[in-house]
Design a protein around this ligand. Structure first.
Ligand code: 5AD
Ligand code: SF4
Length: 476
């Protein structure tokens, strides 16, 4: 799902920049990224491909020869944001600057983008970044260029991403691409293609390199990590066609997680899990390794079995609650978060109450909540009516957000008086005298800095909290 994917509103439009770029390259690229973490990681792949042909990254639009926007299509609002940015770029563009659209909007709109937005020179889908050098040659010759071919194999496994926008402590490694689930509301299978997994060896190598460069935490990324399956390459859907031997030698997500945990001292996270595919094996591996963080992002989307069926999620309410029960049994201290969509087609007040009651049964640590936004060509767009009035969507959304805020506060209050291990990520946003980091459950903790180094793991006694943050002090 675009679920690897949790979209961090604070990061939208972040300009990616490699610090201390020492090369004497003469061309400059400005890359702005929207959407999920996968898109931000893809921008690092794009930067590494462009570096090979002499482009260095810049934060200054005016000095850029090439402006790239890595776009998101998940909700209409995400697309509108990109259109507005294009209006802004219209003002900065001169004859020497080319403008390219990457990512999900490029894939969804294809050549229509070139027709609709005359200032765009280049349109490149998520599986075609290796073609950028050729496409840029065309653009530099004064032609418009496009490649939106989706691939069965491409995982960019051999590329060494240029780490952009880095804090030097936490990092992301993509383990798979695409999604085969076809949730009826979701545009991702159309924009990112079929599911394929990346070779374990290349994942481990990338992680080791991060560790050698001083990183302390890695998040394994995929639309549905529980569906990860390495069989020697190719599409997941072709698994049944493989020989017995090949099937036996395949690596699933629990095995990959075990392999990663045994090969690094870094903290390990992953995102996103899928309730229909998350096995107890994965939970046992999490419980077994101290360096795997005790946190699962498990989008539920709705608490109503009827709506889950319409959404084509592949599980019902009872199945989901049973998965949560397993998490709580096997990893009692595990943090759990969710995504919820409110106001999906035909959602009644009773369905909405089912969502609220499921939230009460699970008590999530935090969550990402959205109003349903109809996306072109999805099954829901073709078959169902987007018939919940916007006013009702908004009302239900605010009820869900209010309840979640109450739960987040209650969950955080449980830590008061306890000692949490925190990986220090940087200065707190509110004060330079404080540091912030995350607990294993992925909750942000803030504490006075004293002599603590960024990147160290410290013990923090929690003394207070808000619904979003734990507040504490260092202890030895
Ligand atoms: N409308 C609203 N939210 C959506 N999501 C995915 N598609 C849509 C849509 N059409 C949400 C889901 C997903 C998260 C990344 O975005 O909750 O898990
Ligand atoms: Fe996630 Fe479903 Fe979309 Fe796949 S289709 S990205 S599982 S929401």
């Amino acid at each position: 799902m675009f679920e690897s994917k949790t979209i961090d509103e604070k990061k939208q439009g972040t300009v990616l920049m490699k610090d201390n770029f020492l090369s004497k390259k003469n061309k400059k690229v400005y890359i702005e990224s929207y959407g999920c973490q996968m898109n931000f990681s893809d921008s690092e792949i794009v930067a590494s491909i462009l570096l090979e042909i002499g482009y260095e990254t810049t934060r200054d639009i005016k000095s850029a020869n090439l402006i790239l926007i890595n776009t998101c299509s998940i909700r209409e609002k995400a697309e509108q944001t990109v259109r507005k940015r294009l209006d802004f770029f219209r003002a900065s563009k001169n004859k020497k600057t080319s403008i390219g659209i990457l990512g999900c909007m490029a894939e969804r709109l294809k050549s229509k983008f070139l027709e609709e937005e005359k200032l765009v020179d280049l349109v490149v889908g998520p599986d075609s970044y290796r073609d950028l050098p050729n496409l840029l040659k065309e653009v530099n010759d004064g032609r418009k260029a496009i490649n939106v071919i989706l691939s069965k194999e491409e995982t960019y496994a051999d590329l060494n991403p240029v780490r952009l926008d880095k804090n030097g402590i936490t990092s992301f490694v993509s383990i798979m691409r695409g999604c085969d689930n076809m949730c009826s509301f979701c545009v991702v299978p159309f924009t990112r293609g079929r599911e394929r997994s990346r070779e374990p060896k290349t994942i481990i190598n990338e992680i080791k390199e991060l560790e050698n460069n001083g990183y302390k935490e890695v998040t394994l990324l995929g639309q549905n990590v529980d569906s990860y399956l390495w069989t020697g390459g190719g599409l997941k859907k072709d698994f049944q066609k493989l020989s017995k031997e090949a099937k036996k030698n395949s690596v699933n997500f629990a095995q990959l997680l075990d392999l990663v945990a045994r090969n690094t001292f870094m903290r390990i996270r992953f995102s996103t899990s899928h309730p229909k595919d998350m096995t107890d094996d994965v939970l046992h591996i999490m419980a077994k390794h101290k360096n795997i963080c005790k946190y699962i992002h498990l989008p539920v989307q709705s608490g109503s079995s009827r709506i889950l069926k319409l959404m084509n999620r592949g599980y019902d309410r009872d199945w989901y609650l049973n998965r949560v029960k397993s998490i709580k049994n096997i990893i009692p201290e595990c943090g759990i978060s969710m995504d919820i969509i409110t106001g999906f087609c035909d959602e009644s007040e009773k369905d909405h109450l089912d969502t609220l009651s499921l939230m009460k049964a699970v008590k999530y640590d935090f969550g990402y909540m959205f109003k349903y936004s109809e996306r072109p060509n999805t099954l829901a767009e073709r078959k169902y009516k987007d018939n919940v009035p916007d006013k009702i969507k908004s009302k239900r959304l605010s009820e869900i957000i209010d309840l979640q805020q109450k739960h987040s506060l209650e969950q955080n209050e449980k830590y008061i008086g306890k000692i949490c291990e925190v990986l220090v990520e940087g200065l707190s946003k509110k004060s330079d005298d404080d540091l912030f980091g995350r607990t294993t459950q992925n909750t942000v903790a803030v504490f006075p800095k004293e002599n603590t180094k960024i990147g160290s793991i410290v013990n923090v006694l929690i003394t207070n909290c808000t619904s979003a943050t734990l507040i504490g002090k260092l202890i030895n």
